[in-house]
Design a protein around this ligand. Structure first.
Ligand SMILES: Cc1ncc(COP(=O)(O)O)c(C=O)c1O
Length: 380
């Protein structure tokens, strides 16, 4: 039978199975239990943050952070136009308006130089997204935020362990949110986390995560809260994965280098680019193919799939979604979004798998390019 390469699959070893089995056997199957405490403590330490709060996924982590910071009706929050829709949706859940900003064409994250022109009297926060494993330019973003008194919530859903210098993502903003969905470098199946150094924010996050139930009076609620709790079972999986974080991250880097080795000569393909100040964790392999548009990209992905290679399109611009009401146009995001595909990226890929995927891509993509080709590979 022909081999099929999915876009992603988690790496589950005996460690994960042992920890989850232990959690189930302990009967602590809901949101109390030793693995929850352990996962929060270890993850905070991993990020270089003082506190961490588990949540049931990365989307509600953003929502919870916004509510805990007091952001709501009438407020505006600046987000990059190129991101998974959860970033924008969480802002809308909070009752605020997402305002999209164009991206840096090199690292694909929010362009800090364009943030200032989007700030109004209603702007309350910036949510930079560390897209596809590359950290956003936090030093610059924090400068802008400080100048205007804005909160910064890092959306680090795709960037566990990425860093700028020695300082990890998750430790740059007022708080940061993570996702542990099954395709992430560290997974809990579904799951999320918020990290922060702010003690009062930490207590507020914990309170709101659990229906804002009074600490001193059970079933008493002074304000509207949520059930955004993670289970001990998920946390057990997370603890095992976190112990393997170094191994899991190193493998992602190797995967990138191996794709690069096989695709570097292709003048119309450019893989993930990394600024010299950044440590990229290569959550997923990004291939920008010069000369593709939305239609030809779709055809290419169908053709790859026929040869056993799964792929994904880059995220569509948030501002293109019919329910997102934006007057802003983001030319760079639009140009890059339509020419990008993600390639299979997961722990168990071997060199010969990557060689096959790369050669399949090389064989398939050329007929889909526009007639007028201009090499756009900064690797050359
Ligand atoms: C950038 C970004 N933000 C937020 C999320 C939401 O996380 P989750 O799927 O755990 O809700 C994701 C998820 O995959 C993401 O990629």
């Amino acid at each position: 039978m022909k081999k099929f390469f999915p876009i992603s699959q988690p790496s589950i070893t005996n460690k994960e199975i042992d920890y989850v089995t232990d959690a189930v056997s302990s009967t602590w199957v809901s949101s109390l239990g030793k693995y929850i405490d352990q996962f929060e403590k270890d993850f905070a330490e991993y990020c270089g943050s003082k506190y961490a709060v588990t949540t049931c996924n990365g989307t509600v982590a953003i929502h919870l952070a916004l509510v805990a910071l007091g952001i709501g009706e009438g407020d505006e929050v600046i987000i990059p136009d190129l991101t998974f829709i959860a970033t924008a949706n969480a802002v809308i859940y909070a009752g605020a308006k997402p305002v999209v900003c164009d991206i840096d064409p090199y690292n694909l994250c929010i362009d800090p130089n364009q943030i200032e022109s989007l700030i109004t009297s209603r702007t309350k926060a910036i949510i930079p997204v560390h897209l596809y494993g590359h950290p956003a330019d936090m030093r610059h973003i924090n400068q802008v935020a400080k100048k205007y008194g804005l909160f910064v919530i890092e959306d680090a859903a795709e960037a566990h362990g990425a860093s700028i210098g020695d300082k990890k993502t998750g430790s740059w903003g007022h708080c940061a949110t993570f996702s542990f969905y099954g395709n992430k470098n560290i997974t809990t199946g579904e799951g999320g986390m918020i990290t922060t150094d702010d003690e009062s924010l930490y207590h507020e996050l914990r309170l709101l995560r659990d229906h804002a139930m009074s600490k001193n009076k059970r079933y008493w609620h002074e304000t509207l809260g949520f059930n955004y709790r993670m289970t001990n079972l998920q946390a057990a999986l997370g603890c095992a994965q976190l112990e393997r974080a170094e191994e899991l991250t190193a493998q992602r880097k190797w995967i990138f280098e191996t794709y690069q080795k096989y695709l570097i000569e292709e003048q119309f393909i450019s893989l993930n680019r990394t600024n010299d100040w950044a440590n990229n964790i290569y959550w997923i392999i990004c291939a920008e193919i010069d000369g593709l548009n939305e239609k030809s990209r779709e055809e290419l992905m169908v053709s790859l799939k026929k040869s056993g290679v799964d792929s994904r399109p880059f995220f569509y611009p948030v501002s293109d979604m019919p329910y997102i009401n934006q007057q802003i146009f983001t030319p760079i995001c639009h140009r890059i979004s339509e020419r990008g595909i993600n390639l299979p990226t997961y722990f168990d890929l071997t060199e010969s798998d990557i060689e096959y995927i790369s050669s399949t891509l090389k064989e398939k993509y050329k007929p889909f390019l526009k007639a007028q080709l201009t090499p756009n590979n900064p690797n050359h």
